[in-house]
Design a protein. Structure first.
Length: 427
């Protein structure tokens, strides 16, 4: 199995192009199920999760075609077409590999009047139920049955009806499934306390480009007037704000200066506010965002929260950076119950972090030293890469498949700005 090998201690300087957003791609891809016409996505990141999603769509009858990029385009261009849906079942072996597979539930139900998806079960960062996905669909008239580890949703009249639903907890995935279902429902749907993440704005913008009628985009109150059918579109995936935030922490932890190309300021503010409090200089430019560390890092106190709050997907990377800040930092994880799995590994590299339930105290500054480490999820793995960049000596991050799920050309991007990092194959 491959690993990422790093010799730490280099100050990173230069430009890093930011790829298309993984989490946006994973909700834009299933929109292909909503129309017989072609959907072309550009700026798609080359990531394992995107490939896995494309395979799932292939199994359902969607053709996927990766074409060369056109002049002025970045990332990868994929054309998807679901002129005929051959199966309405997302099997366990796909959902098990990637939880986001559950995002075919809403669009398939809307288009075909039925959809069967394996229940994802728990995962490393917590229980992660999908009850809210199901309740939102029930509010649109879906009848739901759970059997043998699968959820089967049926629209009894062949088409969903519009309906109102208020999310008791903000959920990104449940909002996405509900929006994708509501665009083809008969009549009006109102979603209250909907997630406002930029990836949901991206989803709504694509759906509008396909002919959907959605008001309140970017707010917690989405009003969707169902239409009879949607048409094809060509759409550019938004830049990955979590990848950008991760590289901003790389600038911080190595005392460097990085220009992150393609970043959109308005999507970064929760991260940049915290990084600025930690002493990083942030400058938005016409090409993206410059992040520079000119002084010792300062400690911060941060709670994760739904957008526009500080993203849970940035917590592990921020923690790695705070290990070298001068003083005690406080982190609170409010979204997932088990999202400190990077802590024991960071401790093995010399970090001093206490965990009390959902809170963590980082005692800095501590000199980090290289070690062989592994993590059980994507962002935790990235926090170990960041620690490795600042550590004295060599670090080997095992289980690279986690990183390949969400960081495009990681070692290439970091080498280009001065890191000593490479992928090593164990075989
Ligand atoms: C998405 C992101 C993930 C990010 C998370 C929170 C994708 C592919 N993944 O995950 O990277 O960390 O948002 O920003 O976009 N919940 C329920 N019932 C449900 C659904 C969720 O109780 O039916 C709870 C979850 O357990 C969690 C909270 O709601 O505590 C938020 O989860 P949610 O926003 O749904 O996360 P995902 O969409 O799975």
């Amino acid at each position: 199995m491959d690993s990422i090998w790093i010799r730490g201690g280099k100050t990173l300087k230069g430009e890093i192009p930011i790829s298309g957003a993984k989490n946006a791609a994973l909700t834009l891809l299933p929109c292909a199920l909503l129309t017989e016409e072609k959907l072309t996505l550009t700026n798609l990141p080359r990531l394992a999760d995107v490939d896995t999603f494309a395979h799932l769509l292939n199994q359902l009858g969607v053709s996927t075609h990766v074409a060369g990029v056109k002049k002025g385009e970045i990332g990868r261009r994929m054309t998807l077409q679901a002129d005929e849906i051959v199966s309405t079942v997302a099997p366990y072996d796909m959902v098990r590999k990637m939880r986001a597979s559950v995002l075919v539930l809403g669009p398939m139900l809307a288009r075909m009047g039925e959809s069967t998806v394996s229940l994802p079960g728990g995962c490393a960062i917590g229980d992660r139920p999908i009850d809210l996905h199901l309740k939102a669909l029930e509010a649109m008239g879906a009848e739901i049955e759970l059997a043998a580890g699968y959820v089967k949703a049926v629209a009894p009249k062949g088409r969903l009806d519009g309906g109102d639903f208020s999310f008791p907890v903000v959920s990104v995935g449940a909002t996405e499934n509900a929006v994708m279902a509501a665009v083809l429902a008969k009549g009006k749907t109102q979603l209250f306390n909907a997630a406002r993440e930029p990836e949901i704005v991206d989803l709504c913008n694509l759906l509008v480009a396909m002919g959907a009628k959605i008001e309140g985009i970017g707010s917690g109150h989405l009003i969707i007037e169902g239409v009879e059918g949607l048409h094809g579109a060509t759409y550019e995936v938004m830049p990955d704000r979590i990848e950008a935030g991760s590289y901003a922490c790389a600038a911080g932890i190595t005392g460097g200066s990085l220009h992150l190309l393609g970043v959109r300021p308005e999507e970064m503010l929760a991260t940049t506010n915290v990084l600025a409090q930690a002493g990083l200089a942030i400058e938005f430019t016409d090409k993206g965002m410059k992040v520079s560390a000119h002084q010792p890092l300062r400690p911060v106190a941060v709670s994760t929260a739904p957008f526009p709050g500080f993203a849970t997907d940035m917590q592990a990377q921020l923690m790695a950076m705070l290990c070298v800040a001068e003083g005690q930092s406080f982190l609170e994880e409010t979204i997932f119950e088990n999202r400190y799995m990077h802590v024991p590994e960071l401790r093995r590299m010399g970090a001093d972090v206490e965990v009390h339930g959902r809170s963590a105290i980082v005692h800095g500054p501590k000199p980090l030293t290289g070690a062989s480490v592994m993590a059980t999820d994507l962002r935790a793995s990235m926090s170990l890469v960041l620690a490795g960049l600042a550590a004295e000596g060599e670090t080997e991050v095992l289980r690279v498949y986690h990183l390949d799920r969400g960081y495009e050309r990681l070692e290439e991007k970091l080498s280009a700005v001065g890191a000593t990092i490479e992928r090593r194959s164990a075989g």
